[in-house]
Design a binder for this molecule. Structure first.
Ligand code: B12
Ligand code: SF4
Length: 575
């Protein structure tokens, strides 16, 4: 039996554009049947660190907790109701990190209620931070919705529930009382210097199911001093000017890494800090201090983190120390190559810093993942040209997924960008119904860019580039088919299909070059503004991609893949 059950819902596409998600269509058993080479493809699934932090905190207070992450699992409604009936918890928490979790969160909530109408249910997570009131209004089946950092809120709730006291005074909640929703005010923030380590339920589950656990997530800091208009963090509840960026001690973080290596064989860490580099001297000392602690203990680890280009970390010495400590890649909040866009974002940095950062990363051999917003509510054609020029000048198109540069700012409720959209366009959400739909309709604002040519070029870019991105996702499967067929042929003494593999590799390697041509063509046409621009853009961009496929693969991509399927046999495909 557990005192608390915490759940991370499955991700379900809502109809909003979604490029950066973790949708995993197979379950753990199917995963285990995959060829090991293909498993890499699924290892992008990360723990839900928020839930892990709450589970760790509650356990340190003496409570028994079950934390369940439904990525890669597809339990039926009955399995969820059975779980609740078996565990008989006094508290159930459902986490919503972003929009993709909400549809399944509503299903889970209904299953929990079905199992036990009186169990206390709270919803929380990053998505709730500025949607808590809305969610409380639209999903009254939950007892409350928590906003902001949740450790002390949930601890307070557990204390009240255990003692049979009224919980409505616990800070950090929205709930119904006397016929309307009310709030108990901003949450209290945990002291990160004393906080328990995140619990590792997902890794324990994977280890138990013989799924390898080389990857884990943790954090070294929370918050950020900056005020970007598209971001949540500047208005985080409970945060004041004096505590905008809070840290864990480097020694504590490195102790945790040693533990993870001992228990789970961790080789790679995601640092989920908002801004790993903090600000100025404090940020420098914290990050470099952390790296030096890793080096002092001689740990072999690789990690990824995210920071601003104006942190002291964009400095040759700092980067060298971080790289030696294991920083394999970092997401830098560049956002744009157009100074006027950076100004509108209130980014507080300069495009020149972005250039310097790109150069330094290249020289130091660290993989750069640029945080990038190509289009936002005020973008002009000139600014798109500036973005393109920057991508070329900084030579940043060569990345894991070059077409991810084609991104549009999401105006999330709670951000300055959302507030500034005076005349939102109604979103289309054909596949979502009920309370999830009601929340999604208000959780972000869709907008139309004043210059129609920018809107047209965006529409064509995003449509055609989504097809390219889908093909890139499919690549490992096609490659695996070729490998399997080649091995089978070899046993029969027939020639292998390795040349096809080289063509596929060439296709992936050339995507950065294709991206630049793709952006150029779109902008030239938009500048020219011929009749029926939208249609022309789509047709010509498709023709460009088609010509690329023919040059590199010898055929249009769908024809190439169909040929491989034929050559390798449908049976291999099904396997
Ligand atoms: C890692 C990450 C991802 C990973 C997620 C993988 C994973 N499983 O971790 C990936 C890369 C997939 C991702 C994708 C996206 N992300 Co993201 N991501 C993050 C990031 C950097 C870290 C999350 C984290 O672990 N935080 C640390 C933990 C400790 O904090 P936490 O999760 O908020 O949890 C605390 C509270 O929320 C609360 N809590 C959490 N769960 C629960 C449950 C209960 C019951 C209660 C009571 C409380 C509670 O208590 C926790 C402890 O204090 C955050 C920024 C940040 N630093 O938080 C953005 C963030 C969550 N992402 C965000 C966004 C917008 C996205 C994308 C839409 C970006 C994009 N344009 O593609 C996509 C979403 C997919 C899509 N729709 O296409 C926003 C979410 C805002 C929102 N309103 O939805 C954030 C907050 C960034 C930001 N500053 O705007 N993201
Ligand atoms: S620097 Fe990053 S975390 Fe900080 S406010 Fe800007 S977008 Fe948010």
């Amino acid at each position: 039996m557990a005192d608390a059950v915490l759940m991370t819902p499955r991700e379900i596409l809502t109809g909003f554009s979604s490029v950066n998600n973790q949708n995993v269509l197979i379950n753990d058993d199917e995963y285990l049947r995959l060829d090991p080479a293909m498993r890499l493809f699924y290892e992008k699934v990360r723990e839900n660190l928020g839930v892990a932090c709450i589970a760790g905190h509650l356990r340190s207070c003496g409570y028994a907790v079950r934390a369940l992450n439904l990525h890669g699992r597809n339990p039926s409604d009955e399995a969820i109701t059975d779980l609740i009936r078996r565990e008989r918890p006094m508290f159930v928490g459902i986490s919503i990190m972003y929009d993709l979790h909400i549809v399944d969160a509503v299903r889970l909530l209904r299953c929990v209620r079905e199992a036990d109408p009186s169990v206390f249910v709270a919803i929380g997570g990053a998505f709730c931070t500025y949607n808590a009131k809305l969610i409380a209004e639209r999903i009254p089946e939950a007892d409350c919705v928590a906003f902001g950092e949740g450790e002390l809120t949930v601890e307070g709730l557990m204390e009240c529930l255990a003692a049979g006291r009224d919980w409505r005074g616990v800070p950090g909640l929205w709930f119904w009382r006397d016929g309307r929703v009310r709030s108990s005010g901003s949450p209290r923030l945990p002291d990160l210097a004393k906080e328990a380590w995140p619990a590792r339920d997902l890794l324990v589950h994977h280890r138990g199911n013989r799924i390898p656990t080389p990857v884990a997530s943790t954090y070294t800091s929370r918050g950020c001093h900056a005020k970007c208009t598209f971001c949540y963090v500047p208005r985080a509840p409970g945060v004041t000017a004096g505590n905008a960026w809070r840290v864990r001690s480097p020694v504590d973080v490195v102790d945790e890494i040693e533990f993870l290596q001992r228990e789970f064989g961790t080789r790679f860490l995601w640092f989920n800090d908002d801004n790993f580099g903090g600000a100025f001297q404090d940020g420098y000392s914290h990050a470099v201090g952390f790296a030096e602690e890793i080096l002092r203990r001689d740990l072999k680890i690789s990690f990824h983190c995210e920071f601003r280009v104006d942190t002291g970390l964009v400095d040759r010495e700092a980067l060298r120390t971080l790289r030696r400590a294991g920083m394999a890649s970092a997401l830098l909040g560049m956002e744009t190559g157009a100074p006027s866009m950076a100004k509108r974002f209130r980014k507080g940095t300069m495009v020149e810093y972005n250039l310097d950062a790109a150069r330094l990363f290249k020289q130091e051999g660290i993989e750069l993942e640029p945080g990038w917003i190509m289009v936002e509510p005020g973008t002009t054609l000139d600014e798109l040209w500036e973005n393109l020029k920057f991508i070329v000048a900084a030579d940043i198109a060569v990345s894991e997924n070059p077409f991810s540069f084609i991104s549009r700012a999401i105006a999330l409720r709670g951000t300055e960008m959302y507030d500034r959209i005076a005349d939102p366009t109604p979103p289309e959400l054909p596949d979502v119904e009920g309370p999830a739909r009601a929340v999604l309709l208000e959780a972000r604002r869709e907008y139309r860019i004043p210059d129609r040519r920018v809107e047209d070029v965006w529409a064509a870019w995003s449509k055609v580039s989504a097809e390219v991105a889908d093909r890139k996702e499919e690549l490992p499967f096609v490659a695996q088919l070729i490998v399997d067929a080649t091995r089978a042929r070899r046993t029969r003494g027939e020639p292998g299909l390795r040349p096809l593999l080289s063509r596929l590799r060439g296709w992936a390697d050339g995507l950065a070059e294709l991206l630049v041509a793709f952006l150029n063509l779109g902008l030239l046409l938009a500048d020219e503004n011929p009749p029926r621009l939208a249609e022309r853009l789509e047709t010509e961009l498709r023709a460009l991609v088609d010509a690329y496929d023919r040059r590199v693969l010898g055929d249009p991509y769908p024809v190439f893949v169909a040929r491989i399927r034929r050559l390798c046999g449908e049976q291999a495909m099904a396997g």
